[in-house]
Design a protein around this ligand. Structure first.
Ligand SMILES: Cc1cc2nc3c(=O)[nH]c(=O)nc-3n(C[C@H](O)[C@H](O)[C@H](O)COP(=O)(O)OP(=O)(O)OC[C@H]3O[C@@H](n4cnc5c(N)ncnc54)[C@H](O)[C@@H]3O)c2cc1C
Ligand code: SF4
Length: 659
């Protein structure tokens, strides 16, 4: 658990939040952000402290050299922060971007700010929605005994507990949970270890500042090393499926062809389609009905129709959904069929054991006789000793940042581990509509524009337009401008439509580890990808104008608001798009341990086995050989099943010896 803000830092942070929001707030904003700061990794917490102090004393102008940031009048603070945001020095831009996002989130995440922007707040406590029954996952076990089938918190096991299984899976998200269910159903003695806890519907509060630290890795504040791109990844039994938006999207044929031709992806259309069918059945996938398209997505559909562009209502994995809109903060009603309501109960029913609150720190031992060393974390993140799982085979499913980090910490794999990472970088375009939109309500993503998805056919190029329902805090963090200009946009929140350009990227990033062993992701889109992103922003701006938008806000820091196509073109001509001048987000990190038929090109072989180690497999988005271009949960789950099948073949070939 990181150190909370001290008095001086609280004062500076309050001044930052007020400068961003263009309004007074008082120290309550520092209190609001406290739960997120406590969950920050130590290195990020130290950086935040340095940034706050650097801003306080780092006057941009000789005229106000003798003053501190927090002593200034609001307009001067805004100018000071803007000068950092526009600075030629990347470090200052980085500081401005990070502090702005945190300040905006703190200001608008608080209930006190909601009335200002017309946000009507959570449904819980005021709209009656029955909670669907969920399978019981918690394992019955005697205190101090060994876990039985089901989910056991490492906190309930004595420190130093040693467990034994044939297979140990690390991480229970899309890939890990599917592999776990497949192996358990085949009768394999399998244990999964999970860094996060067991989340239930009762834990969901529909409040951003409470759910970000509960459901997301690093409290939702994970970024690339230079803070240029926010990376959202989930934690808990079910991983990122707990908070995802429930789109069930198959891997496009063009991408699978490219994987086969260039990377020796071993599954033909028939065999992979069978796995995808099983994923659909398990997730209870069905098309989103037209009546479920919310106002935000309907504006997107209208614009696409006006432009004559292709769009579709995709499948989703919700059952009798209430339309509350809080999917990304975890479903309070068990209506979203995430991995914790599907694959994990199937696995548990077949005898699988899951130990949560147990991040794996290292894998040691030799091929065929591995030890997975896990930390036993307390409720406040404190270290409570070790839990060790011994297994013949280990499967890494810790997600595209933590899987390579764990391999690197363990000294496993070749020099492709961590290389090739793609992010599907996404830029947000906002549009002020004449009608009320209230984009936080209803299904966040019910229309996808696929007019520019060239990759779906050719395996290369293009992007999707996909919305993401955002609430005041997260919307404010992604909104351009500072002070008065930021406030003017936020005041239009009820009428604000928004949509992201989700890029099928070719840029190859890299995951390494920091001194503390945590993943460090380095990535900024190359020129070709940035140009493609700009093509997407322009097209999305045109779409919103065609849908009747009065004003469109572009994601570039130096782009003015635009009201027509001529304005759009001239605004885009002058924009700069180097790091920190356009806020980007990634909700789909992938490809950091790519599979490939050539040992020199992949971290693992086409079957998901680590090159050079027959007892270690990878089953998560890390093994994508390129960016998949579409929401990845279906592809990841199908690959989880496929990797499990390869492990089963190996286990059948070498049955366990006498105990
Ligand atoms: C906001 C948002 C919306 C999304 N919407 C969609 C959507 O609608 N449709 C879609 O297809 N995709 C969506 N996604 C993406 C999708 O959910 C992910 O791509 C997918 O879940 C990734 O699967 P994974 O197995 O690679 O990792 P994850 O699902 O992230 O699981 C990794 C698990 O490993 C655990 N872990 C990490 N390190 C360790 C360790 N050292 N020891 C033990 N456990 C560890 C983590 O806690 C986590 O539970 C969305 C993502 C986000 C962020
Ligand atoms: S909109 Fe999302 S959070 Fe709300 S009930 Fe439906 S699935 Fe659950």
């Amino acid at each position: 658990m990181a150190r909370p803000l001290n008095e001086r830092e609280r004062r500076i942070f309050t001044a930052v939040a007020e400068a961003v929001a263009g309004a007074a707030a008082g120290p309550a904003v520092a209190d609001a952000i406290d739960p997120l700061i406590r969950r920050m990794p130590g290195a990020d917490r130290r950086l935040l402290g340095a940034l706050l102090v650097g801003l306080e004393y780092g006057s941009p102008s000789a005229l106000i050299r003798l003053k501190c940031f927090s002593d200034l009048a609001p307009p001067q603070r805004e100018a000071w922060l803007r000068s950092w945001a526009d600075s030629a020095l990347p470090l200052r831009r980085q500081g401005a971007a990070a502090l702005k996002a945190l300040g905006a989130l703190a200001y608008y995440g608080r209930e006190e700010a909601w009335a200002e922007v017309g946000y009507d707040g959570p449904w819980l406590g005021r709209v009656e929605v029955p909670v669907h029954d969920a399978p019981r996952l918690r394992a019955p076990h005697p205190a101090g005994g060994l876990p039985r089938p089901g989910v056991t918190s490492a906190r309930d096991l004595p420190a130093g507990t040693r467990l034994r299984a044939r297979v140990c899976i690390i991480g229970t998200g899309a890939g890990g949970a599917a592999a776990l269910a497949r192996l358990a159903a085949a009768g394999v003695d399998v244990i999964a270890v999970e860094a996060g806890g067991l989340f239930t519907a009762a834990d969901a509060t529909q409040r951003e500042l409470e759910m970000l630290p509960r459901l997301f890795r690093d409290a939702g504040l994970r970024t690339t090393a230079d803070k240029g791109i926010g990376i959202m990844q989930g934690t808990g039994v079910g991983g990122s499926t707990l908070h995802n938006t429930g789109l069930v999207y198959d891997p496009p044929p063009g991408i699978l062809d490219r994987w086969r031709e260039e990377h020796a992806f071993p599954y033909d259309d028939g065999s992979f389609a069978a796995l995808i069918r099983l994923v659909h059945e398990t997730l209870q996938a069905r098309p989103i009905p037209p009546s479920r398209v919310n106002a935000n997505n309907d504006a997107i559909r209208r614009g696409a129709d006006a432009m004559g562009w292709r769009w579709r209502r995709p499948d989703h994995n919700r059952d009798e959904c209430s339309g509350c809109g809080y999917c990304v903060l975890g479903c309070a009603y068990n209506r979203k069929k995430n991995a914790a309501l599907t694959w994990v109960p199937m696995a548990v029913a077949a005898g699988a054991r899951v130990v949560c609150d147990a991040p794996a720190v290292r894998i040691d031992g030799r091929t065929g006789a591995r030890r997975v060393l896990c930390r036993r974390v307390g409720a406040n993140g404190e270290d409570g000793g070790e839990v060790v799982v011994e297994a013949d085979t280990v499967v890494l499913s810790a997600g595209a940042l933590d899987t390579p980090a764990l391999l690197l910490r363990s000294g496993l794999g070749n020099d492709r581990v961590g290389r090739g990472m793609r992010l599907h970088p996404s830029a947000l375009v906002q549009a002020e509509m004449p009608e009320e939109v209230r984009g936080w309500r209803g299904l966040p993503q019910s229309v996808v524009v696929n007019e520019f998805a060239e990759f779906a056919v050719d395996g290369r190029g293009g992007f999707l337009f996909i919305a993401l329902g955002l609430w005041p805090g997260t919307m404010a963090a992604s909104t351009s401008g500072l002070g008065a200009s930021h406030r003017a946009i936020m005041r239009r929140l009820t009428h604000l439509a928004s949509c992201g350009v989700l890029l099928h990227d070719e840029t190859e990033g890299r995951v390494t580890t920091g001194r503390d062993g945590r993943p460090v992701a380095r990535y900024w889109p190359d020129r070709r990808d940035m140009d493609e992103l700009r093509r997407g922003v322009r097209a999305l701006g045109r779409l919103f104008l065609a849908a009747g938008a009065r004003i469109v806000h572009l994601p570039y820091n130096d782009a003015p608001p635009v009201a027509d196509e001529a304005g759009l073109d001239s605004a885009l001509e002058g924009v700069r798009d180097d790091v920190h001048r356009i806020p980007l987000a990634s909700v789909h990190p992938q490809g950091s341990c790519p599979l490939d038929g050539r040992r020199s090109h992949g971290a693992c072989d086409p079957e998901g086995r680590l090159w050079g180690d027959t007892g270690v497999y990878i089953a998560d988005t890390s093994i994508f050989p390129t960016s998949v271009g579409v929401p990845p949960q279906v592809t990841t789950m199908a690959l989880g099943l496929a990797v499990a099948d390869r492990i089963l073949e190996g286990l059948r070939a070498s049955p366990p010896g006498p105990a």
